[in-house]
Design a protein around this ligand. Structure first.
Ligand code: GLU
Length: 412
């Protein structure tokens, strides 16, 4: 199933509950604008490389559009379209004053030197600078991009439009970035895991957890959960899954990965199994924190976890979602589970516009409050309507976008 079909199917399940007319479904799922551009840049050896860049702006009824930039070989227009619409529902479910967008380049960033990455980013900005801006569309990091890419993006955009750090979020802390932005998505996953467990009466100490992916999201989620006394029994990256039934020493894993250029390869105090096998471990909580579409109809039957928190965007496709729900596995959906990142992006944007910097404590407190409110609203909606947490989150999000569109006038 194509990524955009999956997202729209989840939308439809909520729209059915809401008895939404067809014209409104079509209007709310059709992106406002899709842009594909040529990104040409010079390699270090002087060759010219040409790749495709995308920006999809899905909806702006609730405010300027917001969403990350992904550099990954699987990036194409359809994937970006799906991720852009997820951003609309994500910003709405946590009630940030934004719409949704997403962008990216179909390339493997590991094949680029740092200077090549910079030249490619600047070339991309040359192509799209007119359609992004602090009041229209604000990019941010996603898979394969980081604070350095954000700094180059901002610098190149300012060459055309003048000083305005609020054009992009996830910047280096010294360069108008927000304290706590880097940890925010993983921290948010952790915060929500604690809330969910309270609701289902499971103690953290009893919640054996496996986390797929040890990048920015997975590693910070692991750290938070470890500190909250969850036994994190398995983590993984492309090199394999590392399992310790008694619980991994996450601070040790963390420092190992930092020393080992970001990879778990060679980590000793655990048993190594093939990376995919992590998904099928007998655990209480499974957190897919890497790529999309990792649980599909083909492997959903093998999942043994009791609860899943979608830290990645779109890790479970709708067919798998049905199989897992029939097995009574509870799923906290991506549009809520990983919303911590965009929430602190909003704080960064707000700080930039006020020329004022918050303390880390304040960022963490406000993040906690925002996610707690969103979680309670989604939980209530799910209980009242007797629907899954995913459908409840979509219903809340869609109602907010629908209301904003009604108030402003549907055709603006
Ligand atoms: N890329 C992140 C996401 O998928 C963050 C987006 C943002 O901060 O705008 O939510």
């Amino acid at each position: 199933m194509r990524a955009s079909e999956s997202t729209n199917l989840y939308f439809s399940q909520a729209a059915d509950q809401m008895q939404m007319p067809d014209w409104m479904r079509k209007l709310l799922t059709t992106p406002k604008r899709e842009v594909t551009v040529q990104v040409a840049f010079e390699r270090d050896d002087g060759r010219i490389e040409t790749v495709l860049g995308y920006r999809v702006q899905h909806d702006n009824a609730r405010g300027p559009m917001k969403g990350g930039l992904r550099y990954h070989p699987a990036v194409d227009l359809d994937e970006v379209r799906a991720l852009a619409s997820l951003m609309t529902w994500k910003t709405a479910v946590v009630d940030l004053p934004y719409g949704g967008a997403k962008g990216g380049i179909g390339i493997d960033p590991k094949t680029l030197s740092k200077r090549e990455m910079e030249r490619m980013t600047r070339s991309f900005v040359d192509q799209i600078h007119e359609i992004v801006g602090p009041d229209s569309d604000i990019p941010a990091p996603d898979m394969g991009t980081n604070h350095e890419v954000m700094a180059w993006f901002r610098n190149q955009w300012e060459k055309y439009h003048g000083f305005n750090p609020a054009v992009i979020t996830g910047k280096p802390v010294e360069e108008y970035g927000a304290r706590g932005r880097e940890e925010a998505t993983g921290r948010g996953v952790g915060t929500l895991a604690v809330k969910l467990l309270k609701r289902i009466n499971v103690k953290p100490e009893q919640c054996r957890t496996a986390i797929q992916g040890f990048g920015n999201v997975g590693s910070h989620a692991a750290k938070y959960l470890y500190e909250a006394a969850f036994p994190v029994v398995a983590v993984s990256d492309v090199s394999g899954a590392y399992v310790n039934p008694k619980g991994l020493n996450i601070p040790e894993v963390f420092s190992y990965v930092i020393k080992n250029k970001g990879s778990l390869e060679g980590y000793k105090n655990a048993e190594r199994i093939p990376a995919d096998e992590l998904l099928y471990l007998d655990v209480d909580l499974l957190i897919p924190a890497a790529l999309g579409d990792v649980i599909t109809a083909t492997n959903a039957g093998k999942i043994r976890a009791k609860t899943i928190i979608e830290a990645a965007n779109g890790p479970i496709d709708p067919e798998a979602d049905k199989i897992l729900s029939d097995k009574r596995i509870m799923i906290l959906p991506d549009i809520l589970a990983n919303a911590g990142g965009v929430t602190v992006s909003y704080f960064e944007w707000a700080q930039n516009r006020q020329h004022y910097k918050w303390s880390l404590d304040r960022v963490r407190q406000e993040l906690d409050r925002t996610l707690s409110d969103a979680f309670e609203n989604v939980w209530q909606e799910s209980s009242t309507r007797n629907v899954s947490l995913r459908t409840a989150a979509f219903i809340l999000a869609i109602s907010r976008v629908q209301r904003a569109s009604e108030l402003a006038g549907w055709l603006v």
